[in-house]
Write a protein that binds this ligand. Structure first.
Ligand SMILES: Nc1ncnc2c1ncn2[C@@H]1O[C@H](COP(=O)(O)OP(=O)(O)OP(=O)(O)O)[C@@H](O)[C@H]1O
Length: 575
């Protein structure tokens, strides 16, 4: 938690005010038993009513001051803790946005969600408690012991023995609690993960009638979370009776010893009352410790999880030449690649050159490394061995943002954001004019569909809006890539849901964008229309050339061609 103290710097004035108010409350609490002793010894026992009234009035005034301080302190504590949480949440969000895929792979999505919500809320609550009672409680214990010694050192000496023992015991509990609550947070990650998978895969669950299986899976994970939380809470709660028992024995000892001291004339009644009062306040403060211990244990676990995200170091080189590239000639030179923490190479010594403006299809069986090859170009992953050049510049020498800004990448799965059709297209270029948006939609063969939507470009999609078909989503994603007029267009199986005619029109329209275009495809109909084909097999580039050339030289390509021709003939016969 202390690690995050720099986040309090902007709020130091509010923190100082909250702490001063908390100290005011504390001072009043420590002064009240002294005043009570005065009222008993100098007022009641001396039968001096005016003194009782005078000190009684001061006690009421001080109590009101403590009440007002407490109220205002809560106001500042809430402001500081919420702002603190907001700032950390924002910083983590920014950090996650800067993550490479290698870093992202270290944190499951559900875990990042828990860290950004639940873990930060833990820190917020701890800070709020910190400004309200967490500091007050130990100071109240310390102040009560000091004041007790000031009132009567003999009677107070019991505190000097008991309280350090209690504190050591509480620290031990906190250390164990921290470990247990780390387990709790990890279990919460699992619950969130199951929940997320269920929400995403609801259609599949219904189609496969897997409702009961999923309910069981969810019950198991929540049950495990419940048990881990109970274990943590039980341990913390068990500390409370132990603490009360020890402190009550200490107070009984003070009463017993105090009585003989009063009899001997070594102490006054008011002094015994004051020390017992300090003892009771100390007990109340120490019993707050079990909550504090719980908050600290949880927040310790949470702060470790938050630090893990914030401290993640990126190895990716971001800065580089601001000039970018002009034409879009791509050259792979002996490129090999394996995913982080995986030994197996998914691309092996791949070399090829694609001239600027060319349209090239990348083909190969499933898992042959097509998507991996694509992801290396915008540097979503870094090349392991070998080099990739665009217009003779090694891609790592180009500034990462400049490089990516010149590439239109359409991933395999079309991702749309909640918002309008227009917003989804202009996501590719925030300052795109309406004319540019319409031209991109037209080229992506989605214009007609948009014109038929209730509010055309202003139609909301996704939640509370219209739903688009798989093919429509793909074309909208292509429009998003085209609107930025990329020098390099990467379509990762983005035309799979398009019929032959639409795909033909799309590829024709792309010519107007004069980009170098790479398209991953499984379809011979696409391969027939492009300038060249790269054929991958198990991470190796086994053939390259036009459709006609590959039919002659590559048995694998011919096999794919024949199987698709046969399929087509079967479909025709069935119709
Ligand atoms: N993030 C990842 N981490 C580890 N291995 C991965 C990752 N993504 C893919 N792989 C592995 O890399 C290999 C190549 O995958 P890739 O997605 O590049 O193939 P592909 O040719 O695009 O397949 P498909 O046509 O099925 O999309 C596969 O064996 C796959 O299991």
């Amino acid at each position: 938690m202390l690690k995050f103290r720099s986040y309090l710097t902007p709020y130091r004035v509010s923190v100082s005010i909250a702490l001063i108010l908390m100290l005011t409350e504390l001072a009043v609490e420590l002064a009240l038993p002294l005043l009570m002793a005065k009222i008993i010894d100098e007022g009641i026992l001396q039968e001096d009513l005016s003194l009782v009234m005078k000190w009684g009035g001061i006690m009421v005034g001080l109590s009101f001051l403590a009440f007002a301080s407490g109220m205002i302190n809560s106001f500042y504590a809430a402001h500081v803790s919420q702002s603190f949480g907001f700032d950390i949440r924002k910083e983590i969000f920014v950090k996650i946005q800067s993550f490479s895929f290698e870093s992202l792979a270290k944190f499951p999505a559900a875990s990042l969600v828990t860290r950004m919500t639940n873990d930060i809320t833990q820190l917020q609550n701890t800070l709020f408690m910190g400004l309200r009672i967490m500091l007050r409680a130990p100071l109240l214990v310390l102040g009560s012991v000091v004041m007790s010694f000031f009132v009567n050192p003999v009677l107070a000496s019991i505190f000097a023995v008991v309280i350090p023992l209690v504190i050591v015991f509480l620290i031990w509990i906190m250390k164990r609690g921290s470990k247990l609550f780390q387990i709790v947070q990890a279990k919460l990650d699992i619950v969130n993960d199951v929940l997320r998978e269920n929400l995403i895969g609801m259609k599949l669950i219904k189609a496969y009638v897997r409702r009961d299986h999923e309910i069981n899976r969810f019950s198991e994970s929540t049950n495990s979370l419940k048990n881990a939380t109970i274990t943590g809470l039980r341990m913390i709660e068990a500390s409370m009776p132990i603490l009360l028992f020890v402190m009550n024995i200490a107070i009984l000892f003070i009463l017993w010893h105090g009585q003989s001291q009063v009899m001997n004339g070594n102490a006054q009644v008011g002094e015994v009352v004051a020390i017992v009062n300090y003892g009771l306040r100390t007990t109340a403060a120490l019993s707050m410790f079990s909550f504090i211990v719980m908050f600290l244990s949880r927040s310790r676990a949470s702060s470790l999880r938050i630090s893990e995200v914030l401290d993640t170091k990126e190895k990716v080189k971001i800065e580089g030449s601001q000039n970018g590239f002009q034409f879009g000639e791509i050259r792979f030179e002996d490129v090999s690649f394996s995913y982080p923490d995986v030994d197996e190479l998914v691309l092996k010594n791949v070399s090829f050159t694609i001239a600027a403006g060319e349209t090239v299809a990348v083909m190969g069986g499933t898992g042959s490394g097509k998507s991996s090859l694509f992801q290396l170009i915008p540097r979503l992953y870094e090349v392991g061995f070998g080099k990739i050049y665009i217009d003779q510049q090694e891609i790592t020498s180009i500034d990462l943002a400049v490089l990516r800004n010149q590439i239109g990448y359409v991933p395999q799965e079309a991702v749309l954001f909640s918002g309008t059709v227009k917003e989804n297209i202009e996501w590719g270029k925030s300052d795109a004019s309406m004319d540019e948006i319409e031209r991109a939609a037209k080229a992506a063969q989605i214009e007609e569909t948009i014109e038929q939507l209730p509010d055309k470009y202003e139609t909301r999609i996704g939640q509370k809006g219209v739903n688009l078909s798989g093919g429509q989503k793909q074309r909208l994603s292509i429009a998003r890539a085209l609107v930025r007029k990329p020098k390099l267009l990467l379509l990762d199986d983005s035309t799979s849901a398009l019929d032959v005619k639409t795909e033909k029109n799309l590829l024709k329209a792309l010519e107007g964008y004069s980009s170098t275009t790479l398209v991953i495809t499984q379809k011979i109909s696409t391969a027939e229309q492009v300038d060249r084909i790269l054929l991958l097999d198990d991470g190796e580039l086994i053939a390259e050339g036009s459709h006609e050339e590959l039919r002659k030289v590559s048995p694998l390509y011919e096999e794919i061609y024949q199987s698709q021709m046969e399929e087509g003939a079967n479909v025709q016969r069935a119709n």
